[in-house]
Design a binder for this molecule. Structure first.
Ligand SMILES: Nc1ncnc2c1ncn2[C@@H]1O[C@H](COP(=O)(O)OP(=O)(O)O)[C@@H](O)[C@H]1O
Ligand SMILES: [Mg+2]
Length: 318
């Protein structure tokens, strides 16, 4: 198992992986018992939801960190101590399908339950939702989106695309408007910028005013083949299907080929979901042709259903 550690650098938090050691105080029994208390219900619920997901150990740790941070700040306020200014804007770096949107939704809920955000909803947006077609249009569109996100989280996917066209592009106007909104409405919404790791790094470097406004940066790693296989088992089970042993072996071959080909753009959970949905359609055609309708047949996905889904299709799998 792995566990997250923090590295503080110029007031920023970076989540990095580290091997878990037995004496790690963050995982001691005493603390887990403490967190069982009813006052920590909000945290418990989020952890329970996260436990449904495969892997994500760094994220589980990250959620604990933000929970502790907010909770302790509230306690400090009660004691009349200086309560640090808490800025929750975040950058999520990771490939598609690594759980960014899912986690953003959970954070929104946690923030609502802890009184940080009033509503706790999530507005997902991308370049086209922010950038307009003429001068002034972009600022107006962006402001309208921010308005919708008040009380919740504004999640901008593939945020680096806002810097695509350089100085003359309206994307820059969207960034400026977002930054202004972050200042004017600091505590009424949380902004999360998300995207591929390399592109996000470049984007932040090109906009030197930005990194300091996003104190929390979280990296969502690609899932391992083992984790993806577990995810597939879970997804088929939820749909009342099962993978036979050939299907599991085929799945692992497919994952290996796909990751080797282009790991940088591999779409993780989304790839699994698309592959399985297509496999289910292939299985239906196969069973129809074979005239087999026993319960066992109806439930079982075979290796051939998966390989057809992957190899014999002109539909792009992303
Ligand atoms: N750890 C996980 N366990 C199970 N399913 C997952 C996991 N991570 C992602 N998924 C599934 O993959 C899909 C994409 O997840 P999402 O949160 O939209 O990723 P992103 O926003 O990074 O593209 C969803 O169907 C989600 O349920
Ligand atoms: Mg997403």
């Amino acid at each position: 198992m792995e566990q997250a550690a923090r590295m503080r650098k110029r007031g920023q938090i970076n989540i990095v992986l580290k091997k878990q050691t037995e004496e790690d105080p963050l995982l001691s029994h005493q603390e887990s018992d403490m967190l069982e208390k009813p006052e920590h219900m909000a945290y418990k619920q989020v952890q329970q939801e996260l436990d449904e997901f495969i892997g994500l150990s760094t994220i589980k740790q990250f959620m604990k960190e933000i929970y502790a941070w907010i909770y302790l700040n509230q306690k400090r306020q009660e004691e009349g101590l200086i309560a640090g200014k808490q800025v929750f804007h975040m950058v999520f770096k990771g490939n598609p399908g690594t759980g960014k949107t899912t986690v953003a939704r959970l954070i929104a809920k946690l923030f609502r339950d802890m009184g940080v955000l009033e509503k706790g909803h999530l507005i997902e947006a991308e370049r086209a939702d922010l950038v307009g077609e003429y001068i002034g249009h972009t600022a107006q569109k962006t402001r309208e989106l921010v308005k919708k996100a008040i009380g919740g989280i504004l999640f901008v996917d593939e945020a680096y695309s806002l810097a695509r066209g350089g100085e003359k592009d309206f994307g820059k106007e969207a960034i400026d408007t977002l930054v202004k909104a972050m200042e004017d409405q600091q505590h009424s919404f949380v902004l999360i910028l998300a995207g591929y790791p390399k592109e996000m790094d470049r984007f932040l470097k090109l906009n030197p005013g930005l990194p300091s406004r996003f104190p929390m940066k979280v990296t969502f790693p690609n899932y391992t083949i083992d984790e993806l296989t577990k995810m597939a088992r879970k997804m088929v089970k939820e749909r009342d299907y099962q993978l036979d042993s050939r299907a599991e072996a085929t799945l692992q071959d497919i994952l290996k080929i796909t990751k080797d080909k282009d790991e940088e753009h591999f779409s993780n959970g989304r790839f699994i979901r698309n592959l399985l949905e297509r496999s289910i359609r292939n299985q239906a055609v196969r069973l129809l042709e074979e005239g087999k309708y026993k319960k066992e047949d109806l439930m079982t996905l075979k290796g051939i259903d998966l390989s057809h889904a992957y190899f014999d299709t002109d539909v792009k799998m992303d």
